[in-house]
Design a binder for this molecule. Structure first.
Ligand SMILES: NC(=O)C1=CN([C@@H]2O[C@H](COP(=O)(O)OP(=O)(O)OC[C@H]3O[C@@H](n4cnc5c(N)ncnc54)[C@H](O)[C@@H]3O)[C@@H](O)[C@H]2O)[C@@H](O)CC1
Ligand SMILES: Nc1ncnc2c1ncn2[C@@H]1O[C@H](COP(=O)(O)OP(=O)(O)OP(=O)(O)O)[C@@H](O)[C@H]1O
Ligand SMILES: [Mg+2]
Length: 373
């Protein structure tokens, strides 16, 4: 009994000293004010825009990063699921899922095809991999009724887990197989019914561009298009070609047209809009354009938006922030972190910088912005 009591008080003093150290750091970096007020004011400033469109991305990240409090249990820092991984692609879902863990999520799942599952598991024992998706080539002899049964089984397997997730990332390395995409549409519909946020990337954007109703009007959806994916989205939704003379107006219209879905348009500067305003993140990144950086971003946005949602409910209870959009905060923080990590990786590896090198710098970049103590 005595020992147990001693351990508890040891833990709580450890907890309070860690919290104290974090608060002291924040006070030093924010010059005065009450720490929580100032952090939230910074976050509000970032959302309310002001003269500059450039988001105060590092402040946003600091505002939403949870402290590493020993009283918290496994899962509270985020449970993320990536839906992706097929015959062609195993790297993309791995990059997204492992990035979520490296940033601080507690659990990261991958839902993929059976063939991809073995490969993804072999990359990392940290990931929880569910080999549930099917591609047409694998069920070529199956009739329509059999396909409906397979589809139902996939959905019920996914349903067992879905309520546990703080965010889904749909699309990295998903492929474009029609049967697989039809099943993923149903997964997205279920997630939406349960109010689980969805980050849509890669081939998920191919799916959504052709079936915009999957996300239309869903305020917990984030689309992260690259140059090609954006072009296709604009053509389909706005019915015109991309207009580089009206970048911000076009992004605003696109988001509004899809019912206020948050869009992160990747490029030289990342542009973010939820139809209300446009924010940009232009922190210097890397001149290397190796494949997979977008996958890091989608996994990161999933974690940060989950953290921002937790933050929001605490803030709302205190009536400090009345209008904050966690999906926008998540995008700003994700973009800033990826760019910072890419810059660090490039400093070391120069022309040979690869996505795995950037992932290795996520922790160091996060620590530089929001130190643990
Ligand atoms: N290692 C992996 O497994 C990777 C898989 N990926 C997956 O690959 C699938 C297809 O994604 P993609 O990004 O290739 O699809 P896109 O439709 O964006 O790209 C198709 C082609 O367009 C070209 N392109 C890309 N950026 C361009 C630019 N800025 N200007 C002009 N042309 C450009 C590229 O040569 C690419 O082959 C997705 O599921 C994605 O997640 C990628 O994430 C990359 C890494
Ligand atoms: N021209 C650029 N200059 C600087 N940074 C860029 C540029 N283009 C993209 N980026 C950065 O790289 C990140 C990934 O964007 P990219 O366009 O490569 O995505 P993607 O094509 O979806 O990547 P992936 O290969 O993972 O699918 C963006 O968040 C952005 O910060
Ligand atoms: Mg991509």
């Amino acid at each position: 009994m005595f020992v147990k009591h001693g351990m508890n008080s040891g833990f709580s003093s450890l907890a309070s000293s860690a919290v104290l150290r974090r608060q002291q750091f924040l006070i030093r970096s924010l010059n005065g004010y009450s720490v929580s007020d100032k952090i939230r004011m910074e976050a509000v400033k970032c959302l309310s825009g002001g003269a500059s469109l450039e988001a105060n991305a590092e402040s946003v990240l600091r505002a939403i990063a949870p402290s590493l409090d020993p009283t918290r249990h496994k899962g509270q820092a985020g449970k993320i699921a990536v839906v992706g991984g097929c015959r062609e692609y195993t790297g993309a879902p791995y990059f997204a899922a492992i990035s979520a863990l490296k940033i601080g999520a507690d659990l990261s799942h991958v839902f993929c095809t059976e063939g991809a599952a073995t490969v993804i598991k072999s990359y990392s024992p940290e990931l929880i991999v569910h080999p549930i998706l099917e591609e047409s080539y694998n069920i070529s002899g199956v009739n329509d009724e059999g396909k409906r049964d397979i589809s139902k089984k996939i959905l019920s397997e996914f349903d067992k887990w879905m309520e546990r997730f703080d965010c889904l990332v749909v699309g990295p390395g998903l492929g474009r197989d029609p049967f697989l995409l039809e099943c993923v549409s149903k997964i997205m519909t279920r997630a939406r019914q349960s109010n689980v946020p969805i980050v849509v990337d890669g081939d998920g954007l191919f799916l959504v561009t052709n079936s915009i109703e999957l996300v239309s009007g869903y305020r917990l959806a984030v689309l992260t298009p690259n140059v090609n994916e954006y072009k296709r989205l604009v053509q389909k939704v706005l019915g015109c070609d991309v207009n580089d003379q009206n970048t911000h107006g076009e992004l605003l219209s696109l988001s509004k047209q899809i019912g206020g879905v948050t869009i992160l348009r990747k490029g030289k500067s990342d542009l973010i809009s939820d139809g209300e305003k446009v924010q940009s993140v232009s922190i210097y990144g890397s001149p290397r354009r190796c494949g997979g950086q977008g996958d890091i971003l989608s996994g990161s946005v999933a974690v940060f938006l989950s953290w921002a949602r937790q933050c929001n409910s605490a803030a709302e209870r205190e009536s400090t922030i009345s209008r904050t959009n966690p999906t926008v905060l998540g995008c700003i923080a994700g973009s800033a972190l990826l760019r910072k990590a890419a810059a660090l990786a490039f400093e070391h590896k120069k022309r040979s910088t690869l996505t795995t090198d950037i992932i290795e710098h996520l922790g160091q970049s996060l620590e530089a912005i929001s130190p643990v103590s």
